[in-house]
Ligand binder design. Structure first.
Ligand code: UDX
Length: 443
């Protein structure tokens, strides 16, 4: 432990990934300095407030601020002077006009930090990047850093799920490190010592394999979701029940039940943009046909949104014009306030554009949703959102919605009609309470 505490860690970028990583590294006993160019984020984190919703994170943040192991700054010079190890945790969103990843934030970190590195440093990339990026950045560090060859880079992709960020960072199911440098490997083994001791697999690969592990994991997860959603389409054509189908499949442990939940499909800041960036990169590498199935995975996922809208439209007689619609859920998944590529808000905005008055409620994502979708109406309770609704859509499966009382909702809606976009409710129960219940992939 004494040896370990001497390693000083910087975390560059303090979004969902970086803020969680910084707080958890401090919790493992390291001295950590988090950097972001967004002054308001840094002010918030420094005062012990997490600027987004991530269960459990605020407690870890405050514990480590109080212990003096964790600080935040906007100053790259401070970071360069402080840290032995720099983790790159900035975002790699989809480019505005293409499927490819936008690497401007990663490039900005490298171009700003490298010229300040006058002493040996290990750089560990965690951001999700197109395969080949790490090797390019390693060369750039060597070229720009005054310390030259003494700045070495490895890539260790992050697999954390939002809403389980703290748990996934402290107890990952595996740690992957891409590097050919013994020093980088030794430093990462030191940082991850307590996890390695507990038997968490630690895999060392070359840079490009490590980059590929991340994108192929997300491609697989997205494919699994779209597979079951494709089965839902077939089920709808023949009146079969995709929930029973998925359950029966899940008993085969070669298939397994995780990520086999049919419904409105995947969204968020990772799966959609990662599969698109992966296809774009495959194109550049001349192996586009190897990933052409991902185009279909994406298309199936988008069709679920259209299908949800069709079912709701069908329930109210074929047109949304002038109708009142209540939407439950705005975040891309429960227990998160992240609305990036949120299927729920995509559906809500489309229905609104078709002429309905749409009111949305979400337990945590309302502020983000309001900023991004000013054309929608927002309510501060579930009952307010569904008041006078002619159809209700459940689009994110928060516990509050799963546990909703059909009789209570029934008293305020105009018509008892519900589209369960997440297969979160018990159809028999809702029907027994007088509701017209529809779900994706079920009779
Ligand atoms: C994902 C990966 O799980 C994680 O390993 C990676 O580091 C980042 O991307 P995250 O985006 O936080 O994590 O969300 P996740 O829990 O994976 O859910 C992704 C989307 O898939 C959500 O919109 C969710 O609603 C949807 N989903 C998930 C389904 O539609 N069905 C399922 O069975 C599971």
């Amino acid at each position: 432990m004494a040896e370990k505490q001497r390693l000083r860690i910087a975390v560059l970028g303090t979004g969902y990934l970086g803020a969680t990583h910084a707080a958890c590294m401090a919790d493992l006993g390291f001295d950590v300095l988090g950097l972001d160019t967004d002054q308001s984020k840094i002010a918030s984190l420094s005062s012990g407030r997490v600027p987004f919703y991530e269960p459990g994170l605020e407690e870890v943040l405050n514990r480590n601020l109080a212990a003096g192991r964790l600080r935040f700054t906007t100053d790259y010079a401070e970071v360069a002077a402080f840290a032995d190890v720099h983790f790159i945790c900035v975002g790699t969103p989809q480019q505005a006009n293409s499927n490819a990843a936008d690497l401007r934030y990663v490039d900005a970190v490298v171009d700003t930090l490298a010229p300040l590195l006058t002493r040996p440093a290990v750089i560990i990339g965690k951001s999700t990047v197109p395969v080949g990026t790490a090797a390019r950045l390693a060369a750039r560090f060597r070229a720009l850093a005054p310390a030259g060859e003494a700045v070495e880079l490895g890539w260790s992709p992050e697999f954390l799920r939002e809403s389980h960020g703290v748990e996934d960072t402290l107890n990952p199911n595996r740690i992957v490190l891409g590097t050919d440098s013994p020093r980088v490997e030794q430093v990462m083994r030191e940082i991850c010592a307590s996890q390695i001791e507990r038997g968490i697999p630690f895999l060392v690969t070359d840079l490009q394999t490590a980059e590929l592990v991340k994108v192929s994991a997300n491609a697989f997860l997205a494919t699994k979701i779209s597979f079951i959603n494709a089965m839902a389409e077939v089920c709808e054509a023949v009146g079969a029940d995709v929930i029973q189908l998925a359950k029966a499949l899940s008993y085969d442990d070669r298939i397994g039940g995780k990520f086999l939940g049919p419904g409105l499909g995947f969204g968020g800041g990772c799966l959609p943009k990662d599969i698109r960036a992966f296809m774009a990169r495959a194109d550049e590498l001349g192996v586009e046909s190897a990933l052409s199935f991902l185009r279909e995975v994406d298309a199936i996922n988008q069709r679920r949104r259209a299908r949800t809208i069709d079912i709701a439209r069908g329930l109210i007689g074929g047109s949304f014009a002038g109708r009142t619609v209540g939407v439950l859920g705005a975040s891309f998944k429960p227990n998160s306030d992240d609305i990036r590529d949120s299927p729920a808000l995509d559906v809500a905005a489309t229905i609104n554009s078709l002429g309905a008055r749409v009111t949305v409620y979400d337990p945590e994502a309302l502020e983000n949703a309001k900023r991004a979708y000013p054309q929608l109406n927002f309510a501060h309770t579930m009952l307010e959102a569904v008041r006078d609704a002619e159809v209700v859509l459940l689009l994110t499966e928060w516990a509050e919605f799963r546990d909703a009382d059909p009789d209570e909702l029934g008293k305020v809606v105009a018509e008892k009609r519900i589209v369960d976009g997440r297969n979160a409710l018990d159809p028999d129960y809702w029907r027994s309470r007088g509701w017209t219940y529809r779900a994706l992939g079920r009779p």
